[in-house]
Design a protein around this ligand. Structure first.
Ligand code: DQA
Length: 143
């Protein structure tokens, strides 16, 4: 099984960015954490981070026919991007949404998730561990 782990805007700033909300560990630490989870389960993972909506759409399209699952934290684009929603629907690859913070307990503008409408499950508010939950969901349901 091969999965693509997509992280959206400002997640490259993890560790620096609002550590009270997103924690003190870096994006590199997140990649290492998810890599370890995938290695533990004997599956392959690729990582993509971008601050650009179209680049994320391109990465989702490029996953067609290549990837068996997508773990996606679209970050701020969660709440705005119909383009990312449509890309996920276009490729029909099983996708799981992750948020480090508990978006349901935050500002009203974070209460809608467009990308989530094309995802089979959402894990929010578990920090890095949410990515482990998402990987294990994909293995359990599609591995
Ligand atoms: C986030 C939550 C979003 O609302 C926010 O814009 C982010 C990160 C999270 O992981 O908690 O950038 O997706």
């Amino acid at each position: 099984m091969k999965i693509l782990v997509i992280n959206g805007p400002n997640l490259n700033m993890l560790g620096i960015r609002e550590p009270g909300i997103y924690g003190s560990q870096s994006y590199a630490a997140l990649v290492a954490f998810v890599s370890d989870v995938c290695a533990h389960h004997g599956i392959e993972a690729e990582f993509f981070q971008s601050n650009h909506e179209g680049a994320i759409v391109d990465a989702i399209q490029a996953a067609y026919g290549v990837m068996d699952g997508i773990v996606i934290n679209p970050a701020a684009y969660t709440h705005t991007s119909v383009a990312i929603l449509d890309a996920l629907k276009a490729v029909s690859i099983p996708a799981v949404e992750v948020h480090l913070s508990d978006v349901s307990a935050r500002e009203p503008f974070r209460q809608v998730s467009y990308a989530g409408m094309a995802c089979e499950a959402t894990f929010a508010g578990h920090g890095f561990d949410g990515y482990r939950m998402a990987v294990e969901y994909l293995i359990e349901h599609h591995g």
